[in-house]
Design a protein around this ligand. Structure first.
Ligand code: ADP
Length: 486
């Protein structure tokens, strides 16, 4: 019998996106359907979704969620993406906002309420629709309470009797921590608020709830699954993960090549392929123009970056390295959005080096395709990187990645000059290691034939969803086998 799977995600392409999780939630469901599973996706009905004008049907379902002293109602809307039904939880008080989780100044003050509500509303909609899932696949802290709810107030519900939970960590640094005095908003019984449950040094920790109460845990690369079990990368939760190490799986994200392929990408001025790379130079020209860089010669290595502006992304070593980098024959374009302090830092740098560094502060999916296609190399100097998608897109676009060897970057980029190298990678998290690698890339770029070999090798790599979906199916089966045992 085909497994019934519910995927709960706080964001999904094409509806709303802040980062890689949205790409995963946008394409994993269809890949699982191709394996014969019956999949539905749940996400909040954000203002972004309303603004994009998707055609959604009312379902007639209205659920009531007890939240502390009040009862909060939600409506469920239904849409589809790649043939998969998508339920949207609509409660404007919580989700009709400019941003998803917070402004550049910081998180929204009521995120606990917002996502406790989202998590519980999903279970209520499932009840109302009489859908009995084999698996609820939760993603990140926003959905971490679902496994706890199933162990607590939904324990006796016949419809969830055979429901196992899988919890995927897309980034362990974002944990959803809240002061204990807000505990009422979760609706959970107080027995769960202890160090064996979702308490974390006196606070509520939603990611920890997901880690402790789910039947299986996955994260988005093998290297990251090992790293987060060590104190340097575990953000305080490494011990919790070590305790559950037999239930932790590292599954590298796939990418959606129907969206990310230079042979068919409609967002770039000329398409190109491994056998005919000519179109890439038209993309390069358009990219330079889009970023207002003039007089950059073909022999200059054009490096692109697309990034959330967050500490994780290596912006500190990049800015320390900048004076040395700017002495090399390179130009750099950066597309990024996020923390105010990083925005300011980058703007200052681009004002200092206006001829060869251009920064665009925006979240612009269309432009991100042009950066992938038009740059010669792609830089990701991350302090840590659970999976990283842009280096995988870059490989497909013949845009050679220069990365720090961490998490998914380490799993997907093979360092040149190794025989099968597809990019450049440095180990130490430092400006000097970064400078050294960029210098190597500049050197290889000056030898056209060698560079083209490197480009073609990356373009031949394949990270499609089909492999990853098969591995999720294994994790689902493990979770089912362990149901109520963990
Ligand atoms: P993370 O999830 O940590 O942000 P990933 O590399 O896994 O990092 O995924 C980032 C995704 O978000 C990619 O699809 C990337 O292209 C996209 N992205 C990040 N910043 C921007 C931006 N400023 N404009 C457009 N797309 C962006």
């Amino acid at each position: 019998m085909a497994l019934n799977v519910v995927i709960a995600a706080p964001e999904a392409v094409p509806f709303a996106k802040t980062g890689g999780l949205a790409d995963v939630a946008g394409s994993l469901p269809a890949a699982l359907s191709r394996l014969g599973l019956r999949v539905v996706l749940f996400m909040p009905f954000y203002r972004q979704v309303a603004d994009k004008g998707f055609e959604l049907e009312p379902t007639g379902i209205e659920v009531a969620v007890p939240m502390g002293r009040r009862v909060v109602r939600a409506e469920a809307l239904l849409g589809h993406h790649q043939g998969v039904p998508v339920y949207f939880i609509k409660r404007d008080e919580f989700f009709d906002r400019t941003y998803l989780y917070g402004t550049p100044e910081g998180d929204y003050f009521d995120n606990l309420e917002r996502y406790a509500f989202f998590s519980r509303a999903i279970l209520e909609v499932l009840k109302a629709r009489n859908l009995s899932p084999d698996i609820i696949h939760c993603n990140d802290w926003q959905t971490g309470l679902i496994p706890a709810y199933l162990r607590d107030m939904y324990r006796g519900e016949p419809i969830f009797r055979k429901t196992a939970t899988v919890f995927t960590v897309h980034n362990i640094a974002y944990q959803g921590q809240f002061p204990a005095n807000l505990y009422d908003a979760t609706g959970l019984s107080f027995q769960l608020f202890n160090p064996e449950g979702l308490e974390f040094w006196g606070s509520i920790n939603l990611l920890k709830a997901g880690l402790v109460f789910s039947d299986a845990i996955t994260t988005v690369s093998k290297a990251y699954s090992r790293e987060i079990q060590r104190p340097e990368y575990g953000y305080g939760l490494d011990g919790v993960l070590r305790k559950r190490k037999d239930s932790v799986f590292g599954i590298l994200n796939g990418v959606d090549y129907s969206e990310w392929d230079p042979e068919s990408d409609p967002a770039i001025p000329e398409n190109y392929s491994p056998s005919d790379l000519k179109g890439k130079s038209a993309c390069r020209k358009k990219l330079l123009k889009a970023f207002g860089l003039k007089g950059i010669k073909a022999k200059t290595l054009l490096i692109g970056m697309i990034t959330r502006l967050a500490d994780q992304k290596g912006l500190d070593i990049l800015s320390e390295a900048m004076p040395e980098l700017m002495k090399m024959d390179i130009a750099l374009v950066i597309l990024g959005s996020g923390d105010r302090s990083h925005q300011e830092g980058l703007k200052e740098l681009s004002a200092r080096y206006p001829e060869r560094l251009s920064v665009r502060i925006a979240f612009d999916s269309e432009l991100s395709h042009l950066v992938e296609a038009g740059a010669d190399a792609f830089l990701m100097p991350s302090r840590y990187e659970p999976c990283g998608l842009n280096q995988i897109y870059s490989l497909k676009y013949g845009t050679v990645p220069i990365v720090r060897a961490t998490g998914g970057l380490d799993d997907t980029v093979r360092g040149y000059p190794d025989e099968d190298g597809n990019g450049f990678k440095f180990k130490e998290y430092s400006a000097s290691a970064l400078i050294e690698k960029v210098a190597e890339a500049v050197d290889v770029y000056s030898r056209k034939k060698e560079w083209t070999t490197l480009q073609r090798r990356g373009m031949a790599d394949n990270f499609s969803w089909d492999d990853a979906a098969a591995k999720y199916l294994e994790a689902y089966n493990t979770a089912k086998a362990r149901l109520h045992k963990s």
